[in-house]
Write a protein that binds this ligand. Structure first.
Ligand code: ZN
Ligand code: FE
Ligand code: FE
Length: 265
């Protein structure tokens, strides 16, 4: 049973997903989701080695494609989002690209710590993982800076470094707290991202219940995202995601079409 929460984290074949936008919208209609948003990857060109992003030169096509499915499926509210890598040295370049269009929201993501793409499958056994604690600390410092930059609506997959099962030896609580506090101060929402449950060795949603409860205590708003890379992953495990939200004390989520708090389904 899938609870009816909006899915704001969906990738398509315009970045590294496999499906067409139309198929994702049809899946959302079938599930009865209240609204959805596309969030293909926008990666600074100097970091897009594998070509997993939309590409800055194709951003206009991406926007046109989202607006196209929005017109074609009036029965589903389709938002124009994007998932942007936060890399301090590329901030201006990305801001310039984003300013060309009116995005309904921007997901902020940290996938690189000092140039190391820590969540890429090919890096799963990389030497850099010998310094797990450093990766975690560097990661949360970047999340804090990303939130403080006020360029993002939502921070995605808050505890992503756990993806391959590496855990810090020393607690990184202070770093997590600083990141959460920066989000609260800048009114940046947190996302329950169900992709960790599907394929990654970690088999847990992002973030952990403990982190989500701390986010809730700070008054951080909540959104949901499947991080679908195929149409049949849209809305996946949302029943569990809503249960996690309730378990951690949330009673509402943030609807990105109008910025309203809506009671959990
Ligand atoms: Zn992706
Ligand atoms: Fe991501
Ligand atoms: Fe994503």
């Amino acid at each position: 049973m899938t609870a009816m929460a909006p899915d704001y984290h969906i990738h398509t074949c315009l970045s590294d997903g496999e499906g067409e936008m139309a198929c994702c919208v049809e899946r959302a209609i079938e599930l009865g989701l209240p609204e959805i948003g596309f969030s293909d990857h926008l990666v600074p060109p100097s970091y897009d080695h594998e070509g997993y992003g939309i590409g800055l030169d194709r951003l206009d096509d991406y926007v046109a494609a989202v607006l196209g499915v929005r017109r074609r499926y009036p029965e589903m509210a389709v938002l124009l989002g994007v998932e942007v890598d936060y890399i301090p040295s590329t901030e201006d370049e990305m801001a310039e690209a984003l300013a060309r269009h009116r995005f309904d929201y921007v997901l902020g993501s940290v996938h690189f710590v000092e140039g190391f793409g820590f969540d890429e499958t090919r890096n799963r056994e990389h030497d850099r993982w010998r310094q797990v604690d450093e990766i975690y600390r560097g990661y949360y410092q970047l999340v804090r800076r990303a939130a403080a930059s006020r360029r993002f609506t939502v921070m995605s997959h808050f505890d992503l470094p756990k993806k391959f099962g590496y855990r810090p030896a020393e607690a990184v609580t202070a770093f997590e707290d600083e990141a959460l506090q920066a989000m609260a101060a800048a009114d940046v929402a947190i996302e329950i991202n169900t992709s960790g449950l599907r394929s990654h060795p970690v088999r847990e949603m992002y973030p952990s219940p403990d982190l989500l409860e701390r986010a809730r205590r700070l008054g951080i708003a909540l959104t949901f995202g499947s991080d679908a890379h195929k149409p049949d992953e849209v809305g996946s495990h949302f029943g569990q995601a809503v249960a996690l939200a309730r378990q951690t004390g949330y009673e509402s989520y943030l609807r990105l079409s109008d910025g309203c708090e809506v009671p959990l389904p």
